[in-house]
Design a protein around this ligand. Structure first.
Ligand code: PLP
Length: 385
């Protein structure tokens, strides 16, 4: 049976070239980058080369790149690190949006428990943050604001540059979680006016368990892990050399693909799915912004069916997708993102996320468009709704 992977927002397959670049650093080039001998120096050199590659791609300087264990750790480090360091100056207010990834939301909820104040700024029906709302809530106590570059469920791209512009002259640090945008839309930390930016390797055909945090020079930030003082004291722990090499290779290849028109290709496939489904199927709505969305993200709500059943049915036809419906999560509530954009529970329950990637072809999309109406109809026939 055909197997088609359309869940690239969850993770991506490791690129063969990335794997090949990593391989020597698991075996013959195994040195600890802190060691003085040749083995150690070899690892140190490749870490610094990797730092340079990542810095160049996002228009930062190499000493502003810190390696971490992935998006979750980078988000935690950015928010807790800045919050802890600046609270001495009586800055105990944090702001974020209601549709952030849990790596940000749960970090903020934890900070609330230990005495910080957090405002969760609402979004409109497309998942777009209201910049005026955010501006109004800023106080002298605000130390850090975290707004994601693009949402992982509905794909909406947030007005980061605009927010950055507002914050530029203020004594507030601005963090963005760019886990879903790196390699899909160009990232320039200067143009975006951000002070901290989260990167993860496994969403761009790199290895799982490695990422980076961009930290603008001069940012007052404390470490959250204490130990041997690696990464200039901000992130202790022996460096994951193969992972770091994989992240740099993955980001370099993603940049090359973007230059060769991959985002436009994905956009065409995405637009085809949206157009065909909305014009040929009943009782379906598109979630997320119609235009300002990731080139590979499609998110629908099919009325009268359960998203989890839909994902399992599609899987039985060999198509891998995901849902923000209640059953797929551990709680009975549907995804916080779908609730934040104001979906009625019956629409939130029938959500389907399709996220395309570099292996997906026109043929794959045609197969999906052939299977999807069939599966939705079958489920509607047996639905109690
Ligand atoms: N932020 C966003 C927007 C994500 O989509 C993810 C992964 O799903 C993360 C953070 C967490 O990244 P990681 O899996 O590298 O910890």
């Amino acid at each position: 049976m055909k197997r088609i992977y359309m869940d690239h927002a969850a993770t991506t397959p490791l690129d063969k070239e990335v794997f090949e670049a990593m391989q020597p650093y698991f075996s013959e080039k195994f040195g600890n980058a802190s060691s003085l001998h040749k083995f150690g120096r070899e690892s140190r050199e490749v870490i610094e080369e990797s730092r340079e590659i990542i810095a160049r791609v996002i228009n930062a300087s190499p000493d502003e790149i810190y390696f971490t264990s992935g998006g979750t750790e980078s988000d935690n480090l950015a928010i807790k690190g800045v919050a802890f360091r600046n609270k001495k100056e009586n800055k105990r207010h944090i702001m974020t949006s209601k549709i952030e990834h849990h790596a940000v939301l749960h970090t903020c909820q934890y900070l609330e428990k230990i005495g910080f104040r957090v405002d969760y700024v609402p979004v409109d029906k497309y998942g777009m943050i209201n910049v005026n709302d955010l501006e109004e809530k800023i106080t002298k106590e605000t130390s850090v604001i975290s707004v994601m570059h693009a949402n992982n469920e509905i794909g909406t791209i947030e007005p980061i540059r605009e927010i950055g512009e507002i914050l530029k002259e203020k004594e507030i640090y601005f963090h963005t979680d760019a886990v879903q945008t790196v390699g899909k839309i160009p990232i320039d930390v200067e143009k975006l006016n951000v002070d901290l930016l989260t990167i993860s390797a496994h969403k761009i055909y790199g290895p799982k368990g490695v990422g980076a945090l961009y930290v603008r020079k001069g940012t007052k930030i404390d470490p959250i892990l204490h130990g041997g003082g690696h990464e200039k004291g901000l992130r202790s722990g022996t460096e994951n050399v193969p992972g770091i090499v994989g992240l740099a290779k993955a980001i370099e290849l993603a940049e090359k693909r973007m230059k060769n028109g991959e985002s436009e290709r994905l956009e065409r496939l995405k637009d085809k799915i949206i157009k065909e489904v909305l014009s040929n199927m009943d009782k379906v709505k598109l979630n997320g912004h119609p235009k300002l969305r990731l080139p590979n993200n499609v998110n629908f709500s099919f009325y009268g069916i359960e998203g989890e059943a839909l994902v399992l049915k599609l899987d039985s036809y060999g198509i891998a997708t995901s849902t923000g419906s209640a059953c797929s999560s551990k709680s009975l509530e549907p995804s916080h993102v779908l609730i934040a954009i104001g979906l009625r529970p019956e629409d939130a329950h029938g959500s389907l996320r399709i996220t395309l990637g570099k292996e997906n072809t026109e043929e794959d999309v045609s197969y999906l468009l052939e299977v999807l109406p069939k599966v939705v109809n079958e489920l509607r026939e047996i639905s109690v709704l």
